[in-house]
Design a protein around this ligand. Structure first.
Ligand SMILES: C[S@@+](CC[C@H](N)C(=O)[O-])C[C@H]1O[C@@H](n2cnc3c(N)ncnc32)[C@H](O)[C@@H]1O
Length: 218
């Protein structure tokens, strides 16, 4: 029995993944592939890009969600940082692992106020809000202060172009063995180069279709 696979969370996630699937396609149609790729790689237009997508869920896949739970639970994570909350689907998976590890703290970051409100509602419905601090605003600012002494797991799932910058903000707190899951990291070549470079302080591999899984070595 795990928090992930039992009520109230299991039926809630079924419902939320269903709602997300029903909502995603039409609004994305406003972007051509080229425009989307360009905006996803931009370090200056990310607020505009995600602002235009504020109605969209953009969640991790079901598989990545399960992976997040497994990694956080099996490593006994107690201290987690998430870049990119959206409506809280990945947050629910990570917080479930904290619950099953006996508690902890998850700091998650989102600049869209309407998304923060929806995520808060979902975390409350899932009985996990007590484990989560949602920091509203640009993560470049909200993660530059008041971080835990040590961090066990980092999820990167906000603006792809900022992955290297967010990593720099938290890097000194990552304990040896800490895990980093970067969703859709192929949109951030700079990030991939950094975590894959020999002597860079990480072991890093592409995992499944769209995840880069990295471990801090020291
Ligand atoms: C791909 S979605 C996150 C999906 C979420 N992890 C899930 O699985 O449900 C990316 C989110 O990051 C937010 N975001 C992007 N850049 C950000 C930044 N610099 N600071 C805070 N939030 C940001 C966007 O508004 C968007 O909601």
């Amino acid at each position: 029995m795990t928090t992930l696979t039992t009520p109230p969370l299991a039926p809630l996630l079924d419902r939320l993944f269903g709602e997300a699937a029903a909502a995603t396609s039409p609004a994305m149609a406003g972007f051509s592939h080229e425009e989307r790729d360009r905006l996803m790689r931009s370090k200056t237009e990310y607020l505009e890009f995600y602002g235009r997508l504020k109605e969209l869920w953009l969640p991790v896949s079901r598989e990545t969600g399960a992976l997040l739970y497994m990694l956080a639970q099996s490593t006994g994570a107690r201290s987690i940082i998430e870049f990119g909350t959206s409506f809280g689907i990945s947050t629910l998976h990570l917080a479930a692992a904290l619950r099953d590890n006996g508690g902890g703290r998850l700091i998650t970051t989102e600049f869209e106020p309407s998304k923060v409100a929806r995520a808060r509602g979902h975390l409350t419905e899932g009985g996990l809000i007590d484990l989560v601090e949602i920091r509203q605003g640009d993560a470049l600012q909200s993660l530059s202060i008041d971080l835990p002494e040590t961090i066990d797991l980092l999820l990167l799932d906000g603006a792809k172009s900022l992955y290297p910058d967010i990593l720099s903000l938290v890097e000194s707190r990552l304990r040896p063995g800490a895990l980093i899951v970067a969703d859709n990291a192929d949109h951030s070549p700079e990030y991939l180069e950094r975590v894959r470079s020999s002597g860079g302080g990480y072991i890093s591999v592409p995992f499944a279709e769209d995840v880069e899984l990295s471990m801090r070595t020291g």
